[in-house]
Design a protein around this ligand. Sequence first.
Ligand code: E4P
Length: 230
Amino acid sequence: MPIFLDTGKIAEIEKYMKMGIISGVTTNPTILLKDGVTGGMEGIKERSIQIAKLIHPYPLSVEVTTNEKEKMVEQAKAFSQWSDNIVVKITIHGPNGEMENLEVIHELETKHNVRVNVTAMMSAQQCLIAALAGASYVSLFGGRVNNMGYNCIDEIKKTRQLIDVLNLKAKIIIGSTREVLNVIEWLVAGAHIVTVVPNLIEGMIVHPYSKETVQQFLRDAARAEQLLNQ
Ligand code: E4P
């Protein structure tokens, strides 16, 4: 199922779950902070468990809050105990390009039975490396790639081709949505999943001409009713 919600807001998740159109949720520390999570790790745990329950068995991605190797492993193992649908987000490398993250990703997937979503990626080559390390999901930040002046669609196509040809298990998630059109364009390009901010999903559904058409139908139905009753 191709659409995840990129949010920490319970009301938005409930709304789109009821419609049956989302099949996962992604978060990161920035999203949780923006969406009102307070209280440090306890706050993150509480909100994550709430979301995980709400969408079960669909996956919820929760990001580690450290870049120290042992602590990342420790946190990832702890997060994955919160609920069996939690996937742990690890960035492709550290803040200064530290590459130990890949060891962490490999270890979590192969030794600790933790599903990993490798995040903050801007290119097909990063996605390939993450997929080779054993990641369950590889997250490419489409909007940020486009903001840097090159087209993320090329990166999506290359990533999908490589994953298919090499028969790797990773699913491609494209995040960092900026426009309504991103969703279908990125799916058509080969993304398995696009993780979408809530207001863009509304933008996909509501169309001014559909509104006008529905208004016309209702107006004419009321007129027909009146005529019948005359
Ligand atoms: C994806 O998993 C990320 O949480 C998110 O889409 C990043 O988006 P941004 O570029 O708007 O921060």
